[in-house]
Structure formats: C-alpha cells, structure tokens
Write a protein that binds this ligand. Structure first.
Ligand code: GAL
Length: 697
C-alpha cells in the first residue's frame, strides 16, 4: 500500500459518497465547499451512472463527469471513481436479456432495481470490459482521481445465480476442477439416488427439485463457483484499470457479502478492501432484538471480518443518517454521539479511511428514507455539525494511521467450511451458536480478537502472534491446514476445537476415519459416539473443575487417546452424563482442546477465563460490560479505544496514567464517558503477554 493515496499509513481521512447525477449542477460547487469545510476530502462517485457515459449502445459522452472532475480538481477534492456495472442500463438488458440473472426456476429477473445481472454472460462480460475500458482510459489520467471502486457491493441483494450462462460456466468450472466425468461422479457421490452424469451437458446449476434439495456436494461446488465467477468478473475490470490508472491510484471494492472468497478477491484484484458499515441495522424496527445485548456493537464483528482481508482497510459507506428504503429497513436517525461512536468503532478496528453515506438524502427513488448527513433541503443540521467535530477529533488521532489491530486471540475461518454451512444445516446450526457466543463472550471479557483465514503457508508464520486460537467447527479439514495447526500447537500455541470437527472431506463427503478425523492426532481425542441434543433434553451441561458450561446443540462423546491426553470435563446431564466432554492434549510445547459441544455464551466465557486470556488489559484499566475495548499498536505504543455503546454515561477506572489523545492530557483513576462516548488512550506496549513460541515456523 506504500505510495497509495489513501490508507497508506500516513493519515486517517474522511470522505463522503456523492451522486453528482442526483443534483442540479449549480449545487455542486457549494456542496464541495461545504464538504471540504467539514473535513471530507474525498468523494466516491458514479457507481450507478452507466448511462451518463454510454447513454445508448456504443455511444459515449464524457462531458458530465469531466465537468465534475474539473470542479473537484479546482476545489482540491479527491475522487474515487467506480465502474458502473452494478446497474446495467435498460437498453442493454432489453436487447440482451441473457445478461440478466435468473431465479431458481430459471425465470429471468426483470430490470428495474439493481444488481440484476449475472457474472457469466459472455455478452455482459463484453459490455463490462468495454465500459471499464472507456471509463478508465478517459477518467483514469485525471488528477482528481485517486482510486477506483469495482462495481458496487458484489453479491449484495442476491448471491445466487441461475442463468443459462451460469450453467454453461459451471460446467467449465467443473471440467477444470475434475477433468473427467468419472472423477466428478466420484467426488459428488452421484451413485446415490441415481444421479450419475454421462455427459457434461446433463449438469446444471441448482434447480428446483422434487424435495427442494440438490446433491450437497454439487451445491458446495456451486458456492465455490459463484465465488470464482465474482473473482473472475472483478479481475477483468481490475486488469483494465491497472493499464490506465496513475501511479499510486488504488483499486478497491466495498462490502462483505455471501458466497465470495474475499481473500482471493483481494489477492487477485484489490489493493485494499473497503466496508459499508451500517450499525443502525441493529435498530431496524422489523428485527429489533431486545434480548440481544450487542446491538450496534456487533458491527465490530463485521469489522473484524474486513480486517482479516485488509489489516488496514477503509469504510466506503459509513452510516450517517436513518436507514430506510420505501419498502424495508426502517430505523431511526443516529442519536447525538452515535455518528462519532460508529466512526470511531471503524477506526478502532483498523479503518484509516471513513467515507459517509451519503452527502444529501435523495429526494427520489427507493432510498428516499436512507438519510445522508444532510436532509433533502441541504440545510445546516446536527449531523453535519457532528461530522465537523469528528474531523476535529481525527486531527488529534493522526499518529494512529497505519497502526495494527492488536489481538492475542484468533478465530480461524476458511471458505470451505463457510460455504459448507450454506449447504448443511447440521453444520450451520453449531457454527451459528458458536459464532454468536464467542463474539459476545470476547466482547464481554474485553478481549480484542481477529478472524484468521486458514489460507496459505503464510498463515503458519502469522499464527504465532495468537496465544489462543479457536477453530470452532472445522468440519472440512485438509492435511495442509492440519499441518499448519500442528506446527502452531507444537510451537507453544493453544488450539480449541469444538464438536463436529474433521468429519468431512473437501467435497463435503463424510470421512470413514474415526472422528475427529485429521484432528485426532493433535487433540488426542477419539469420538466413539455423537448426537444432536434432543429438544426434550434441555440444556446439556459439562463440568470443568466446578465451572459449568453448556455443550450446546450437538454432543460428541469423547475418549482420550495416549498419555498426553487428559479429560478435563465430563457431561453432567443428559444421556451421556459421566462421559468425557472436554479433552486437553499436550502436543509439543502447546495444547489442543477438544470440546464436545457448540460453544454457548457461558461456555465461551469459561474457556477465555481458564485459558488465561480474559480481560487482557486488566492491569491497565477496568471496564464495564457495556464498553468495548479495541487496541491498535504502532511503534511501541498502544492506542486503546474505549467505546461506550450505551445511551447512559459509563465509568472506567484507569490503574495507570495514560494520555487521552482527544483531550490532550494525562488521565488516571475514574474516568467518565458520555452516552455513546469514546476515549482514545495511549499506553506503552504491554510486555510479556505473548505466548512463548519456539522459533520453529
Ligand atoms: C449500500 C449500497 C448503497 C446504498 C446503501 C443504503 O448497501 O452500497 O448504494 O444502497 O446501501 O441502502
């Protein structure tokens, strides 16, 4: 990223999403002046504006955005330009309906909303390359342009594709993967229910079937195929932009959605990933969950997902007003302070660029209630004042630019298992519970954590920064991943695995090994029996030295194997009472733990406590449950962000004197945070908390 014009480790910047085409041109100059005055130095434009460059097939006109870019240059405003492929024009879809996506029954999706195309139509690919070429070659050299956004939110609205072109491309994808039909038939177990294929033409993307299920191994490959389609579509655009963009201009895309391997997308096409952060979804009227204590704080989990792709990332769209389409997603305006809180939440997690969605609320279309900083009139308002205050605050946080998020706990993920959860409800059910409760328990114990993708050989080296790694339900395991994990444990790491580990291969087929399959050796565990928790059994509990933990959803009944393996907890209720529920195996210099259930909230909390990673900053500060602690580290300094998500004031207690960056003074003892208040405190790097790793990676 060195040399890039944003997110380059040198500054933390603000920007805003702007739609020049939504406003009379006479408003542009004043809009840009007011943005700059508020500290918004970059605008993102044009992601839905195909017709303004190609109003009819093969007819090009550049004047509209030339005028805007020239004005931006004159004013000193930077611009992120977008490829407009999320909304193909009506002239295109009418003449070439094969560009449209189709539903499960093969009916074409109609024009009229957005993201209505499919990635594999050769015709659409041609148009997408062409418009990218026209836009990049014309606007790329413009000095106001500093970066490029590919499309808009790949796989948002819909991440399933069933057009004829998808079926054709799916066959090609499978031919590359399996080479022969025999290999494919074996991989998918097509002998079951007489699904054997004798010709590639017989294979289709999932279709409506009698039981509403398709072959699960086909379905797993289908999700991989969707991801592959996005990566290849995005890759074509990135390659074209790279030919024309200026030295230092960056390529990004926005959002995190389903059926897409973002690690690959970033590797192949992006300099950096940006996220669209709408914590206000937590307050949507139709799904406001009273029992969910995390609410908008959950966006920290999403930000951890983004950080796993780009350690320092950007927010392309940061909530700045009420949510709402005319058809759905009704949520209130951010309360005073929340706009600051959510911006700081993003920065606390590693964002070095935050761009608000959007400048002025649109007066027409589906998003008339999706408010921007300004309301329809554009008059001065409270939210713009708050944005101004945020930019004032950021002036004081500039030294944090490029700082790394500091976490000693990691949660391992991989796309094979993520996609398998889409196919397999048994898998998804345990994963869902553990994902929610691990996050909540980590938050409540103020433990900063990372998601870590078990991807490449680089992972082995980088894993040693984590004292504890959870790999909750890696049902699909591979030898390569297990080698990485074994190296991590034998070098001194602590690995925690949960029920349903290791029972599938890469095709999603169940292995015939004794479970937990490839994880048996590192965990010193055998699983002679297993079962779902029956609905009439209530909570199945396990006892770990007096700490009671729920073994939720599913129970693996365990047996220790070998001298290094020890039973730490037994089931205390249910049909398996008295049988082992948790085994610890000493492996090399480290330890692997196998727990027989999904991690309920109390269970996750017990693990954090027993493994010694709860409240890692307790020597420095005491925090109430309602506050999040996020830590960034750079050049021997830690920056502790304390975020109060509550509408009431909160008190923290500082055991040491720390520098309050926003106030510019040293503070200690009891410190009060306003409702939705934020503190950013500087502290020397903590010593002695890293695991004692051998240098054997
Ligand atoms: C995002 C999208 C924007 C806008 C916003 C509010 O998902 O990128 O274009 O639609 O949501 O709905």
């Amino acid at each position: 990223m060195e040399g890039k014009k944003l997110i380059n480790g040198k500054s933390i910047d603000l920007g805003v999403c702007y739609y020049p085409e939504h406003w009379d041109k006479s408003l542009w100059p004043e809009d840009l002046d007011r943005m700059l005055e508020a500290g918004l130095k970059t605008v993102r434009i044009a992601e839905f504006a195909w017709n303004l460059v190609e109003p009819r097939e093969g007819e090009y006109t550049y004047a509209f955005f030339d005028d805007f870019l020239n004005l931006a240059r004159e004013k000193g405003m930077h611009v992120i330009f977008c490829t407009p492929t999320a909304t193909p024009p009506a002239w295109l879809t009418e003449k070439y309906p094969e560009a449209l996506n189709a539903d499960l029954e093969g009916n074409l999706i109609c024009h009229g909303s957005r993201r209505h195309y499919n990635y594999n139509s050769p015709v659409y690919r041609r148009f997408s390359r062409n418009i990218t070429e026209k836009i990049a070659s014309h606007y790329g050299p413009h000095p106001a342009v500093i970066g490029w956004q590919l499309d808009n939110e790949f796989n948002c609205e819909n991440d399933l594709f069933y057009s004829e072109s998808d079926t054709v491309a799916f066959r090609d994808f499978l031919k590359k993967r399996y080479k022969t039909l025999e290999a494919l038939n074996r991989a998918w177990g097509t002998v079951f229910w007489n699904q054997t294929y004798t010709d590639w033409q017989e294979i289709h993307v999932p279709r409506k079937t009698n039981t509403n299920s398709v072959n699960p191994h086909l379905e797993l490959d289908y999700y991989r195929f969707v991801s592959d389609s996005v990566c290849s579509f995005a890759g074509e655009q990135a390659e074209i932009i790279r030919k024309y963009c200026k030295e230092g201009d960056f390529i990004t895309t926005n959002g995190v959605f389903g059926n897409l391997d973002y690690q690959r997308l970033r590797r192949e096409s992006l300099d950096v990933l940006m996220y669209d952060s709408y914590p206000n979804f937590a307050y949507c009227l139709d799904d406001y969950q009273k029992e969910d204590s995390m609410k908008d704080r959950k966006w920290s989990r999403n930000l951890a997902e983004v950080r796993a792709v780009s350690p320092n990332f950007g927010i392309m769209e940061q909530q700045s007003g009420a949510n709402g389409w005319n058809t759905r997603m009704e949520a209130p305006s951010p309360r005073p302070g929340q706009l600051t809180l959510w911006t700081m939440q993003s920065i606390a997690h590693g964002a070095d660029y935050v761009s608000y969605f959007r400048w002025r609320t649109c007066t027409f279309g589906t998003e008339i209630y999706w408010h921007g900083i300004l309301d329809y009139s554009g008059r001065e308002n409270r939210r713009l004042q708050e944005v101004r205050q945020v930019s004032g605050k950021l002036e004081k946080l500039q030294e944090i630019a490029g700082a790394k998020y500091l976490a000693k706990v990691g949660i391992l993920r991989d796309y094979d298992n993520i996609f398998d959860c889409r196919v397999d409800r048994w898998h998804d059910r345990v994963e869902r519970v553990s994902r929610e409760s691990l996050f909540t328990a980590l938050q409540q114990a103020h433990v900063p954590f990372d998601y870590v993708y078990l991807e490449s050989h680089e992972t082995a080296e980088s894993l040693k920064q984590y004292e504890v790694l959870f790999y909750p339900h890696g049902s699909i395991l591979t030898k390569e991943r297990m080698e990485i994990l074994e190296a991590y444990v034998s070098a001194g790491g602590k690995l925690v695995m949960g029920c349903r580990t290791g029972y599938k291969d890469m095709n999603g087929k169940c292995v015939m090994d004794c479970l937990p399959g490839l994880a048996a050796s590192v965990t010193g565990t055998d699983i002679p029996e297993y079962s779902f928790v029956a609905p009439d059994e209530g909570k199945i509990m396990a006892d770990w030295d007096g700490a009671l933990m729920e073994a939720a959803v599913f129970n693996d009944i365990l047996a220790p194997v070998g001298e290094t393996s020890k039973v730490l907890a037994v089931y205390t209720s249910g049909p398996y009472a008295g049988s082992p529920a948790l085994i610890r195996n000493r492996f090399g210099r480290g330890e692997a733990y196998y727990f027989g259930g999904a991690f309920a909230l109390d269970t996750a909390a017990v693990f954090l406590e027993k493994l010694g990673v709860a409240e890692p900053w307790k020597d420095v500060m005491e925090l109430p449950a309602g506050c999040e602690l996020a830590v960034r580290e750079k050049s021997g300094k830690c920056y502790l962000f304390v975020l109060n998500y509550l509408s009431e004031p909160a008190s923290i207690f500082l055991r040491k004197e720390l520098r309050d960056l926003l106030e510019g003074c040293a503070i200690s003892g009891t410190v009060r945070l306003q409702p939705y208040g934020v503190k950013v405190l500087e502290c020397p790097v903590q010593q002695g908390c890293a695991a004692d790793f051998e240098k054997c990676f």
